[in-house]
Design a protein around this ligand. Structure first.
Ligand SMILES: [Zn+2]
Length: 298
């Protein structure tokens, strides 16, 4: 039974008061978009759940796969398909695997912020240290000041939303409440970041990873491909966007990479679909928001 005082404190307003997403067009000749993005958690995906995992070596090896095999194989695939993506990297992964982080940057992909220790934010938690340490690691190793931020474990609080605006983040990509970019509205009414929304259907962790903490069957290519294509094709009909949330420790595995290759080849065959980075989608939004002059000049 829930505490009645706690229930009485729930505001009688939507949690997200942002206005509806504007129907801004995609750059010609495209009429829909795919935000191709990866989350590079490495071992911090595991230590975020329990710092003691640092000494559980097989548990850590799931994350270790990213630097050893997963990320290089994904970079190779993107190069073969001539695609640019956004990689949201934790500060810890940059500190522990600088060569991996440099290889992503060198291949011409966008680098985004994904926390430092991949910590799940809860109401009341301080947010500055995790965000600042992440920014500092990206700057020190890569010389990057990220425009984009994806929340570790996909959770947000108002304090985090406000802090990201203060620290110069342009766009975020964690909310599940739309199929088009929109601009956040902070609780005090000020504009927030541009949101590039996600769905769990494109999160490979859900369908492609089994471990001793969540032992389960993983899904075969046909099953996931059918889901990904259905979501993509319907979204194209809507003139909207999809966002992938892929992890090198999942999609860098042989069977998952084969699935991703097939999906991306299909996506590339859709001539109406703009496959691009978060930075490019956010810039398109900003151009139209500012009156469309820059967009029209493209
Ligand atoms: Zn993550």
């Amino acid at each position: 039974m829930q505490d009645s005082k706690a229930l009485a404190s729930i505001p009688l307003t939507p949690a997200n008061t942002a206005p509806p997403a504007p129907q801004f067009p995609w750059p010609k000749p495209f009429t829909s978009a795919m935000f191709l993005s990866f989350d590079v958690d490495a071992e911090s995906a595991w230590t975020a759940k329990d710092a003691a995992h640092a000494e559980r070596l097989v548990t850590m090896s799931y994350g270790g796969y990213e630097a050893r095999v997963g990320t290089p194989k994904l970079l190779e695939l993107l190069d073969q398909l001539d695609l640019k993506a956004t990689f949201f990297i934790t500060g810890w992964a940059v500190d522990a695997h600088p060569a991996m982080a440099e290889s992503i940057l060198k291949a011409g992909h966008e680098i985004g912020h994904h926390g430092y220790h991949h910590l799940l934010v809860d109401p009341g938690d301080p947010v500055d240290e995790e965000v600042d340490r992440g920014l500092e690691a990206l700057k020190r190793h890569l010389g990057v000041v990220p425009k984009g931020y994806r929340a570790p474990v996909g959770e947000f609080t108002e304090a985090l939303r406000v802090a990201l605006v203060r620290k110069g983040i342009v766009y975020t990509s964690s909310f599940r409440d739309d199929v088009r970019p929109y601009r956040h509205r902070l609780k005090d009414g000020r504009p927030g970041t541009i949101e590039l929304p996600v769905t769990s259907s494109y999160d490979d962790w859900m369908h492609g990873l089994s471990n001793r903490f969540s032992p389960r069957s993983i899904f075969p290519k046909e099953h996931v491909l059918s889901m990904w294509k259905d979501d993509l094709d319907e979204t194209r009909d809507w003139g909207a966007m999809v966002t992938t949330v892929l992890h090198p420790q999942v999609s860098g595995r042989p069977m998952r990479l084969r699935l991703l290759r097939e999906f991306l080849i299909y996506a590339k065959s859709c001539s109406d679909l703009w496959i691009t980075t978060g930075e490019a989608i956010a810039a398109n939004y900003q151009n139209h928001e500012a009156g469309g002059s820059a967009a029209a000049a493209e």
